[in-house]
Write a protein that binds this ligand. Structure first.
Ligand code: BYC
Length: 340
């Protein structure tokens, strides 16, 4: 009883606590509105922290799972140059995952915990990586469309209110831009100077990747649960539909230049809005992929789990080495100090 009485604030204090909390939140929002960056040691509302952990972790997982569809083609790339470029791209994606897990760690969650959630099937990653890469043209389409969509979504994240995430995005966007160009260059080679079979392969890849790429931007604004609050906190700077439209407007002329057709009978330029209008997106497909029923969800998670298990000895060896280094410093450091 006595202890409980000490733990719970009296009636006067109880009303002061929410008031103090509201005042902190008001000051926090003022900082956001002034476009100040929020840094890891700054006070932040718990919901802001949780929103960032959710988004950054999903983003990190997407980069890691996103290595799989393209990794599938490293051994089959049509030339040494293509192979070297693809290896570098997939390696960049691994690096992006690592920067993003590090950014999430500044919010008080460990990389191990986040990876555990992914492997247990409790975390989301981008829907786009649950589609198969059937031909070499798919590698071109991924670079052109998937990385193109990623850039459209991620450039505004360089101005995200949370400092570590915004800074990680600057480097990521530079690399994504190179990835997009290498994809478009593959499509150019196939569609503009390739054989008839290669042009058909490029068209087939566009047919299969177009709609899933539009879905990458997330549900329509009317169904997006997080957008309004994330915009107030300046984590997001544009809504899902705004970014999707920017991507469509940029990509349709690129498809024309390739001589390929966008697989949408309703696609037309709208003079009134000065934007391309498209046919409806099949959101039931998106929901099915999110539920784990996409063409490759099981395969992707199976590959991640197998990679994690077969890497167990590497983690153990690294930990043993780190322990050994920690046990050694007395002699190591004094030796260094004496020598210098
Ligand atoms: N796939 O309220 P909403 C890459 C979820 S990697 C799966 O609009 P939010 C690349 C959403 O998480 C590309 N789930 O959410 C790598 C939420 O679920 P929960 C990854 C999706 O967060 C390798 C629910 O639907 N990019 O570029 O305001 C090779 C409601 O959505 C998807 C990023 O992660 C989806 N497509 O907006 C090549 C960028 N969309 O958490 C390329 C950072 C939505 O409530 N993330 N959901 O269970 C973002 O910008 C935002 O999180 C999103 C969604 C725009 C994706």
């Amino acid at each position: 009883m006595y202890t409980q009485a000490l733990d719970s604030p009296g009636p006067e204090l109880a009303s002061a606590v929410p008031a103090a909390e509201a005042e902190r939140e008001r000051r926090f929002q003022e900082r956001i509105d002034r476009d100040e960056k929020i840094e890891p040691k700054d006070w932040m509302p718990e919901a802001y922290r949780q929103t960032l952990i959710r988004q950054i972790a999903q983003h990190a997982h997407s980069e890691i799972v996103g290595m799989l569809p393209e990794g599938n083609w490293i051994t089959r790339a049509p030339s040494l140059r293509r192979k070297a470029v693809l290896v570098a791209k997939v390696q960049d994606e691994g690096g992006h995952g690592m920067y993003l897990y590090s950014a999430a760690e500044t919010l008080g969650v460990s990389r191990g915990e986040l990876i555990g959630q992914l492997l247990a099937g409790r975390a989301k990653y981008s829907s786009i990586f649950n589609y198969p890469t059937l031909t070499w043209a798919d590698i071109g389409a991924i670079g052109w469309l998937v990385d193109g969509a990623a850039i459209m979504n991620q450039i505004p994240l360089c101005r995200c209110s949370y400092g570590p995430y915004a800074r990680a995005m600057v480097r990521i966007c530079k690399e994504e831009s190179f990835h997009q160009r290498q994809g478009y260059e593959i499509m150019l080679t196939l569609a503009r100077s390739g054989t008839r079979a290669q042009r058909e392969m490029a068209q087939d890849a566009l047919n299969r990747w177009w709609w899933p790429s539009l879905m990458m931007f997330g549900p329509s604004d009317t169904d997006s649960v997080h957008t309004a609050q994330s915009m107030r906190w300046r984590i997001k700077r544009f809504t899902n539909d705004e970014l999707r439209q920017k991507f469509i407007d940029a990509t349709v002329p690129q498809a024309r230049f390739l001589g390929l057709s966008i697989p949408d009978a309703d696609l037309r330029w709208d003079e009134a809005t000065q934007h391309y209008a498209t046919g409806p997106i099949d959101w039931s497909e998106f929901q099915a992929v999110l539920k784990g029923e996409g063409p490759c969800n099981r395969e992707r998670m199976g590959a991640r789990r197998a990679a994690h298990e077969s890497g167990q000895w590497v983690r153990e060896a690294a930990a043993a080495y780190a322990d050994k280094q920690r046990a050694r410093p007395a002699s190591g450091r004094s030796g260094y100090a004496q020598a210098s």
